[in-house]
Design a protein around this ligand. Structure first.
Ligand SMILES: Cc1cc2nc3c(=O)[nH]c(=O)nc-3n(C[C@H](O)[C@H](O)[C@H](O)COP(=O)(O)OP(=O)(O)OC[C@H]3O[C@@H](n4cnc5c(N)ncnc54)[C@H](O)[C@@H]3O)c2cc1C
Length: 455
């Protein structure tokens, strides 16, 4: 029996899709500048047993599998691979249980990030890690990439919230890891290992996540700066001051103008940078927090700072930041970088990004999670302009180099995927990478899970 016949017979009707147009649409994720492979077919299972059945069949036929959530990867992590089966978890999208007493939620992997907090809000609880893509990325993808987000500066990243996982391993075994308890130190931390493994060690089919009480309110500050360097100094001053912001984001002039063109919000287009900070501390501390942050911005050279406690105004400002990526993506062929430096080195990184833009004659839109040192310099090439694309890729490499030289890392949250694979050894070293390869071989001896990515 052929592989596809065997998968079809293991699954119910409609689970295996072979229509070429639909299959082609699953070849792509949000990484536009590397060519995807052509998936063999797409499986859309609805239960863990179906996922295990597909994986067992694929293992028997040595057919690779690309696990896929919502396909918003920016590192070519969920792109199709020639001859591989794409296994999408999008139909496993139930919130299984909410435990308000222990502040836990159990979800299937296809639930979108934003849907978790919507479901838990009636209990006064929310799920903190909030990628700018939260409206359209899945929790399975977040777990696989250890996603970060806007409020991670205060609350931490996905790994800090994953208590238990149900995972289908490369031979179809269903593995349970973790515990519901606050503490638990028995054995190796397999949950921690699986978080961020980018679909190369197992397929997440269920997760139990920690929740936090919904803050009573927020105070939000916006500051405009005449130079990027001044904005970088303000970030360093705020983070060193001990003020706990729940969000600290930056956008450079090019990004501000692009977002303003799109939204007509009336942002200060003459400013070299905009800094957005928020505190969700209880009254009256949150107001004091943003006042202190505004004072530090003014001292660093801000031309104008203001703050609001109005949730609608705050939401509009946050929306401007969330729209930064999609707005730049609409302008041409956008090549997102994702690097993270020690927060004290942000001004140096920004300077190095500007140097790379000049050296390679490339437009770079810089925005990101300044409070984490996690920046997304996004390089833009006009569609179809191969020379501009080539120059942008050189600038991309220079920015990753700069991050490493400044004591930073090659990716802060998007993952290694295909695009950062050539840089990984330089960050972690040969011995570390060799051990990671041995771990991969233990989990997946035939290399069928998301092959050709970083490991
Ligand atoms: C406009 C925009 C803004 C973004 N902002 C952020 C941000 O602020 N922070 C951030 O971290 N990222 C951000 N991203 C990147 C992206 O949204 C994240 O990487 C997200 O976690 C991917 O989720 P997904 O469901 O789309 O996963 P996919 O793209 O489908 O997959 C991503 C990776 O996870 C694996 N995977 C998916 N589901 C599973 C599963 N169930 N089991 C095992 N492996 C699986 C895939 O194989 C792949 O390697 C942004 C993207 C866009 C387009």
């Amino acid at each position: 029996m052929s592989f596809l016949d065997a998968v079809a017979s293991a699954l119910g009707d409609g689970v295996l899709v072979t229509d070429p147009d639909i299959v082609e649409s699953y070849a792509h994720d949000r990484t536009t500048w590397v060519q995807p492979g052509a998936p063999l077919a797409v499986a859309l299972p609805t239960t863990t047993a179906e996922v295990a059945g597909v994986v067992r069949t694929a293992a028997a036929h040595r057919v690779p599998i690309v696990p896929r959530g919502a396909g918003s990867s920016l590192c070519a992590g969920s792109q199709g691979i020639d001859g591989a089966l794409t296994l999408s978890l999008e139909r496993m999208n139930d919130v299984v249980a909410i435990d308000p007493v222990d502040e836990l939620v159990t979800v299937e992997p296809g639930v979108l990030n934003a849907e978790i907090s919507e479901a838990t809000a009636p209990h006064g609880l929310f799920y903190p890690p909030d990628p700018a893509s939260k409206a359209f990325c899945s929790i399975g993808g977040n777990i696989a990439t250890n996603a970060g987000g806007l409020c991670c500066v205060k609350y931490g990243v996905t790994r800090d919230y994953v208590r238990r996982l149900e995972v289908v391993l490369a031979d179809g075994t269903v593995l349970e890891t973790g515990h519901d308890t606050v503490k638990g130190v028995a054995g190796f931390d397999l949950t921690g290992l699986l978080v961020g493994s980018e679909g190369t060690l197992g397929i997440v089919t269920k997760a139990t996540l920690r929740l936090r009480p919904v803050p009573e309110g927020t105070a939000t500050m916006v500051s405009f700066f005449p130079t990027l360097d001044a904005a970088g100094r303000a970030v360093a001053a705020i983070t060193a001051s001990g003020v706990t912001m729940s969000l600290l984001e930056i956008m450079d002039q090019a990004t501000v103008c692009a977002v303003d063109d799109h939204t007509r919000m009336g942002l200060d287009r003459s400013a070299a940078a905009l800094l957005l900070a928020q505190s969700d501390a209880p009254e009256p501390l949150r107001r004091t927090d943003v006042e202190r942050a505004a004072g530090l911005c003014d001292r660093a050279g801000a031309t104008y700072s203001t703050f609001t406690e109005d949730p609608v105004e705050a939401d509009a400002l946050l929306q401007a930041r969330r729209l930064a990526g999609p707005t730049v993506e609409a302008l041409g062929e956008a090549i997102w970088d994702d690097v993270c430096v020690p927060r004290s080195r942000i001004p140096d990184l920004i300077g190095r990004v500007q140097d790379a833009a000049e050296r390679h004659d490339v437009s770079i839109y810089t925005f990101g999670h300044a409070g984490d040192g996690n920046m997304h310099p996004t390089l833009l090439a006009p569609r179809g302009d191969d020379d501009a694309r080539h120059r942008a890729l050189k600038a991309f490499d220079d920015i990753v180099d700069a991050s490493l030289q400044l004591g930073g890392v090659i990716t802060g949250e998007h993952g290694v995927g295909r695009i950062k694979a050539p840089f990984l050894e330089r960050e972690v070293g040969a011995a570390n990478l060799a051990l990671q390869r041995r771990i991969k071989a233990t989990f997946d001896p035939d290399g069928i899970l998301n092959p050709g990515r970083w490991i």
